[in-house]
Design a protein around this ligand. Structure first.
Ligand code: GLU
Length: 417
């Protein structure tokens, strides 16, 4: 029996190696792409509300900047590892390249459980982290953004800390900021809206119809709940949703507004009156048209991939499918729209936010959303066409396009010195 590949980093490398072989990438470029430009580890002493000091570990991982400044989110999580961040940073390189936005890939984070902190503690931790990574970030160097357990308030503190130390107001240092300090209209919902556009594109190539499309969503946070909202508006049926504490199922459909109200009031979907309680694991086994994993990574594994009854999977989260599960799903002919395509809406609108910040000229929401749709429609077409041509799955096709653009940039820039 083959050993399980349970490291995100191993998964990211296998995905790169596979596509490099397929496209006959020159070995030197392949080696460059398997490595990182820079990994910074920082220690963050923080005074807690009880007067004691605690030291946290933080990171910023910069994968590749051949196509533009590094870009990627910052996540706060108790089980965060450098290994995860390496995989996520590399994934950002591919995501930006595939969407054609002129950024490279990075990711950062702090090992901590932000749910146990007061607002003041969170602010002190965020400011200390920003200060610690200041030497390697910058408007034209590396632009952080929100990710798991970080939000626009955290981006505001990051922007403020950087600006104070920099000597002048620097809105373009982070994206995903509040509107009144240089954020972009449409950024908060961008990842969810992008996933919705992608589902609409994917459904066009099948016998399924958006009207009445049965969708199950794992994770109903910022991303999952926006998907629920937009799909409901488009006439789809949200048949199941879940959070880390479990979920709810109703084959006749669940109402987004009632789900959100219940979640806000109770912090979970427990005792939700309009559906049957389910576990996070059983959500994957429900009969539905589209399954959207929009929580953490490594959720679809060799243990549950055989039990999935969805006709299609659209990856809202980063890295939700393991290598083994990917093989099983390909064999079972269940199409998987990969994360670097499906959830690119966030970084695409981050790019728009950055462009608006550096130009000091702001767009209306319609302009943001129209431009977002254009990019995602075009990218979907490119990936789908290549997958048909090469008779490969969509992940391989998406990786092929993304890696080729980065490789071309490396080649044309040449090697220094
Ligand atoms: N954290 C998001 C992602 O994984 C957004 C990154 C960004 O906007 O830079 O795509």
């Amino acid at each position: 029996m083959k050993a399980t590949i349970n490291s995100s980093w191993q998964t990211a490398l296998i995905q790169l190696d596979t596509v490099s072989k397929m496209m006959m990438l020159p070995d030197d470029i392949h080696q460059m792409l398997r490595n990182f430009d820079r990994i910074l580890t920082v220690s963050l002493p923080v005074r807690m509300d009880d007067g004691f000091m605690r030291v946290f570990n933080g990171f910023r991982v910069q994968h590749n900047a051949s196509r533009g400044p590094y870009k990627g989110g910052v996540r706060y999580h108790p089980e965060l590892t450098l290994d995860d961040l390496m995989a996520l940073a590399m994934e950002m390189t591919w995501k930006c390249s595939l969407a054609g936005v002129p950024f490279g890939g990075a990711k950062g984070g702090i090992i901590c459980n932000p749910k146990t902190f007061s607002k003041d503690e969170l602010e002190r931790l965020t400011r200390r982290y920003t200060y610690a990574i200041m030497p390697i970030i910058g408007v034209e160097k590396d632009i952080p953004a929100p990710d798991v357990n970080t939000n626009e308030q955290i981006m505001a503190w990051m922007m403020d800390t950087y600006s104070i130390n920099n000597g002048y107001c620097t809105p373009g240092i982070v994206t995903g900021k509040p509107l009144n300090i240089g954020g972009s209209l449409g950024r908060t919902d961008a990842t969810g809206l992008g996933i919705t556009f992608t589902i609409a594109n994917a459904v066009k190539n099948t016998k399924m119809n958006l009207k009445g499309l049965k969708v199950a969503i794992q994770g109903y946070g910022n991303v999952g709940s926006a998907v629920g909202k937009f799909l409901s508006e488009m006439g789809c049926k949200i048949i199941a949703v879940s959070s880390s504490k479990g979920g709810v199922y109703n084959p006749k459909g669940l109402r987004h507004d009632i789900l959100i109200k219940h979640y806000k009031e109770n912090g979970s979907f427990e005792h939700f009156p309009h559906g049957e309680s389910i576990t996070n694991a059983s959500l994957f086994e429900l009969p539905c048209d589209v399954l959207v994993p929009a929580a953490m990574g490594n959720q679809i594994t060799k243990e549950n991939a055989d039990k999935i009854k969805a006709k299609m999977i659209v990856e809202g989260a980063n890295g939700p499918t393991t290598i083994e599960a990917d093989h099983i799903l390909t064999k079972r002919k269940i199409p998987v729209v990969p994360d670097i395509l499906a959830n690119a809406g966030g970084v695409i609108v981050s790019y728009f936010e950055w462009v608006q910040d550096v130009q000091c000229y702001f767009w209306c929401e319609h302009e943001v959303n129209t431009k977002l749709k254009d990019i995602l429609d075009r990218t979907y077409r490119e990936v789908y066409t290549l997958a048909q041509e090469k008779k490969s799955n969509m992940r391989a096709a998406a990786m092929n396009i993304a890696v080729k653009r980065v490789a071309d940039a490396i080649q044309v820039r040449g090697l220094y010195p």
